[in-house]
Design a protein around this ligand. Sequence first.
Ligand code: 3H9
Length: 653
Amino acid sequence: MSDVTTFSATVTATTRNGILVVTIDNPPVNATSADVRLGLSRALAHAEAEGTISGMVITGAGKTFIGGADIKEFGKPAIEPTLPDVIEKIEALSKPVVAALNGAALGGGLELALACHYRIASPAAQLGLPEVKLGIVPGAGGTQRLPRLIGIPAAIELIASGRIAKINEALSLGILDELAGTDILDVAINAVQKLVGTPLRRTGELAVAPPDPTEIEKSSRKTLSKARGQKAPAEAVRLIASSHRPFAEGLADERATFLTLRDSREAAALRHVFFAEREASKVAGLEGIDPRPVNTIGLCGLGLMGSGIAVAALSAGYTVIGLDQIPEAAEKGRERIIGLLERNLASGRLNRAGFDAQTARLSVTATDADLSPCDLVIEAVFDDLDVKADLFRRLDKVIRPDAILATNTSYLNPDEIASATKHPQRVLGLHFFSPAHVMRLLEVVRCRETAPDVLATGLAVAKKLKKLPVVTGVTEGFIGNRIFSAYRREAEFLLEDGALPQEIDAALEDYGFPMGLFAVYDMAGLEIAWARRKRQAAMRALSKRYVEIADRLCEAGRLGQKSGRGWYAYPDGRKTVDPEVTAIIEAERAKKSVVARSFSKDEIRQRLLGAMATEGEALLAEGIAARASDIDLVMINGYGFPAHKGGPMFAKG
Ligand code: 3H9
């Protein structure tokens, strides 16, 4: 062991047995910021020049190897040396360089490792080139070096999806050379010693088998079909598929493509989403507040929503006690939960041991008092104020004074539910989206009296459930459903003004929504919204514009896909434009003497996005949403807004 040599503020090294062990220490994720690139290039020059040094190990400090290029530098003037320059020097070094992947090696981090002459990983490492998720392609050789190691089809599958691979897969694919069971640095030093004096394996010099068009089609089909008009995945496929050409030519094409995409609106939108997700959990007033410990979660109401939440909780390691009104309903709920877990087992998402462990942590009951061990109880019963208030009153009597009560209401006022209890400070809203074990979004509702540590607990539980929590204040429909209502209202105005459902849906799908609004209605069923409209009819101000077309459809028995007809017809299950719907729309226009006009796709989009953004501004002004980016996350993760457009608040510019 020798003294520490400092190459830059973030790159230092020690020399062990004549081997330079370089450590990148650039918290939080050792991104390859300008100072790291500078330090590495100095370390490489030192290793090349110093006769007493026989080789080099590169590793990361903390739990990450390198999380990628520094995304915060994108859009700023370039600082030399660039990452491709540094990586080229690594590959060209005359002495062996071994990458010791102590943790995640992502994006530019994996690209750097691919240029090393040998790669070793610890069990905690994970590898991936997730650039497409940021609207870019790898820009430091990833699309050219990875196929040289694992072949074109496998490289397409990994890069075009942006998927992260665990070490065993990376090893069997040939991305990794060795797993380090013991101290990774000892193993890496040993590897350098073995490589000294042998011909070095430079990835860029390896040949790539010429592409087989059928294989390329097969490996790219799934990811490209999900791309919804995004450019990066298709560009990644193009670059990888042509990686059998001269290496330098491929690198130059990759770099130019990376720079163009990096400066695109699409990449800016996806970067906005990346940082928005990390920002969302930073909530004013919760600094230094510890969440309460939660091990056991009670779930009241074991219907579709309750069962989905139960599965999410079991998968996250919680003990779950399900409550339903009568023993038969509780047992049915248990069967539904087990059914969902069995699906996870069948799909390989869960192994047998995991399945057994999760089912062992589940019990159901029809007796309130059995919820007494719970640290948190979530209700997912019928969305009716009396039902929920009565339940909370009963729960108040059986759970511990420090246990938390959460309501999953979509439209009721959780403050009113909380006021049914003796301790409203321990009440908050946890608004899950259906299916709750799949959907990532979770609106965490800060009620009037929610205690700070109760809110902090809601966020901590959400994180453990692998959800994306967004804090919202109390308002009808919270952030998501309020914006969705404004969007839906505007779509109905458009219908009455002259656009047809299929035109509105086409404009939305072209924009990147997975499905148009009217097709979504048909899938979900029209009757629940119809019932709500009928309930609200007496309260509706006459001066407010109200479009009756949806009511006419429901009255005609067109309740969506379930009834075979809704905004569209479904002969043989296939969505088809129905002249009867057009006739209903035209009759309603005529009744109000509306002269229909035509709308371009752009006009349709402007009106719909404008309605969402205006409602978003209102939510900000009312203090319901803390930041515009939170609103974007809700619409992207709960309502199908395309992430590559950044959400309605980002899109308005
Ligand atoms: C790339 O590499 C391009 C190259 O091909 C070409 C170059 C020429 N930069 O996620 P966390 C921050 S593109 C800057 O909560 P975790 C993040 O904002 C990149 N900052 O931690 C947060 O900051 P704050 C390809 C970054 O432990 C903090 O680190 N790489 C970066 O749950 C903690 O983040 C990727 O796409 C970055 N690259 O997960 C990987 N990454 O504390 C992106 C993170 O102020 N990163 N930050 O809110 C990740 O997937 C996760 O951060 C990681 C750690 C798995 C590494």
